[in-house]
Design a protein around this ligand. Structure first.
Ligand SMILES: C[S@@+](CC[C@H](N)C(=O)[O-])C[C@H]1O[C@@H](n2cnc3c(N)ncnc32)[C@H](O)[C@@H]1O
Length: 271
């Protein structure tokens, strides 16, 4: 018997239905050019479920919205990240910590942390910096699957190749036997980081206190101006006076009406 399922194309009506949901739920704007991407990412989910047409998937979603929406968001988000990505930011971070924050306990938020590389890179920089070493990092993402990976802190060896060899030895364990080919973050590096599921678009999340530094890099790029303004306003409110916001290299706060001051490439300070 032939068990190869043939999949049709995602039609415009179903694409519009899905992209409206993704926009309303996650703030992610999907242009017409993203149709092929949505189609291929959804295919993986449909295969998992044994569903053979996009139409059938959309019907399933309509009928099981509350159970399925998390899976839909998980398969649509783009999670590309790496250790010490956009590395100049980590030198700036160290300078800020040593020159301005060395007298206090530091709180950092990695918003849109994906699989955790950004949060662990921040933790390494803080542990290597000259200050009292009391810090906590909140790392959040809308995608529950990437958060599972972040919490485990186990990465293919290739993903840690760019880390300085001394740092690698100090902060990672080399996997053996069934973990050969993987590196695991040591427990003491995890200790100051908590990973939490947060949708930046959600009006109801409340976080305790302020963050001296917020990283939200390569997340805003998926939002339109309206959503960007809303999210940036929240970051502004969670920063104390003098706090720093790090965006991705390709992101800026141009045309956003908030009193942030430019400090360095995609780094801003609340004054
Ligand atoms: C490309 S990754 C960036 C990861 C990391 N910040 C970096 O720069 O390497 C973007 C992340 O933003 C998350 N994201 C997208 N929309 C979000 C939302 N509404 N709330 C929270 N996280 C979101 C995605 O799930 C994804 O993991």
């Amino acid at each position: 018997m032939n068990n190869i399922i043939s999949y049709q194309q995602l039609n415009q009506r179903d694409f519009d239905y899905l992209r409206n949901i993704i926009y309303d739920e996650a703030g992610i704007k999907l242009s017409d050019m993203k149709k092929a991407l949505v189609q291929s990412r959804l295919l993986r989910r449909m295969r998992e479920m044994g569903i053979s047409s996009y139409d059938e998937y959309c019907n399933y979603l309509r009928e099981n919205y509350d159970e399925e929406i998390e899976n839909l968001i998980n398969c649509i988000t783009t999670n590309k990240t790496e250790f010490f990505r956009e590395s100049e930011h980590f030198s700036i971070l160290q300078k800020i910590v040593e020159q301005e924050l060395s007298h206090k306990n530091i709180a950092v938020w990695s918003a849109g942390c994906s699989t955790g590389e950004e949060a662990y890179s921040i933790a390494i920089v803080l542990l290597e910096s000259k200050f009292n070493k009391n810090f906590k990092i909140l790392a959040t993402d809308i995608d529950s699957k990437v958060l599972e990976i972040a919490r485990m802190g186990v990465y293919p060896i290739d993903a840690v190749q760019t880390i300085d060899i001394n740092m690698l030895k100090k902060y990672f364990l080399k996997g053996k036997e069934q973990y050969a080919g993987y590196a695991k973050v040591k427990d003491f590096l995890k200790k100051n980081i908590s990973f939490q599921h947060i949708n930046l678009l959600d009006d109801n999340y409340r976080l305790r206190g302020y963050f001296d530094i917020i990283f939200c890099r390569n997340v805003m790029i998926y939002f339109d101006k309206e959503v960007q303004s809303k999210v940036l306003k929240k970051f502004y409110d969670y920063l104390p006076k003098g706090g720093y916001l790090f965006l991705g290299y390709a992101e800026s706060i141009v045309n956003i009406n908030l009193p942030f001051h430019y400090v360095a490439h995609s780094v801003y300070q609340k004054r």
